[in-house]
Write a protein that binds this ligand. Structure first.
Ligand code: GLN
Length: 197
């Protein structure tokens, strides 16, 4: 089995740990630098990106996470995790930093109060089968997709909510709570390919 780390500083990491286990891989909560060693991939969960950013710096994880991304480790960020992977945030909290790696600019809480949370079926050409039923919770949107990143999924209005760049994957929404784990499988395929190379 693969060893898949889930950043467990804050947010809905337990759900991701369960998904990884249910897909037959070894799920490892990551709170310290040494727990990052030896993982074949990492998931950054949803939660509150400004808090996750602060905790990652307080716990000395911010630099190791940047190094892991730079080394080519497959990393999947959902919602706040996508914000953590974005090279730039358009409306971060004062002083908010990211790990970066995805050549995108994201806007936090992009859907406003009346659409705080909503669900929509997304066409995701990279995934086989029916549209992905996507659940958005105070979700960010990818406002700019740079030359190195590519959109994987868009809302009916054309806004980008899933992106990929090499070993990095990000979604504005939360597949870990819907029972449809095709995005996790898509990510695990990257981890598997890297582990066997
Ligand atoms: N609004 C949160 C943030 O800015 C993200 C919400 C989520 O992860 N569900 O980090």
């Amino acid at each position: 089995a693969l060893r898949i780390g889930v950043l467990a500083l804050q947010g809905d990491f337990r759900e991701h740990l369960q998904v990884v286990s249910s897909l037959g891989e070894t799920a490892v909560p990551v709170r310290r630098e040494d727990e990052l060693k030896g993982v074949d991939g990492l998931i950054i969960p949803g939660g509150e990106s400004s808090v996750m950013d602060k905790l990652s710096r307080t716990f000395g994880l911010a630099e190791p996470l940047k190094e892991a991304v730079a080394s080519g480790l497959p990393v999947y960020g959902t919602c706040a995790g996508l914000i953590m992977l974005a090279d730039s945030i358009l409306d971060g909290m004062a002083g908010q930093q990211t790990i970066g790696g995805l050549d995108v600019a994201v806007r936090r809480n992009a859907f406003g109060t009346q659409r705080d949370s909503f669900e929509e079926d997304l066409e995701v050409p990279a995934l086989e089968g029916e549209p992905v039923h996507a659940v958005f919770i105070r979700a960010p949107v990818v406002e700019t997709v740079g030359a190195d990143a590519k959109p994987l999924g868009t809302l009916a209005d054309g806004r980008v909510v899933a992106v990929e760049q090499g070993n990095l994957l990000g979604t504005s929404f939360h597949p870990e709570i819907t029972g449809d784990f095709r995005f996790h499988e898509y990510f695990l395929a990257k981890a598997r390919a890297r582990a066997s190379s």
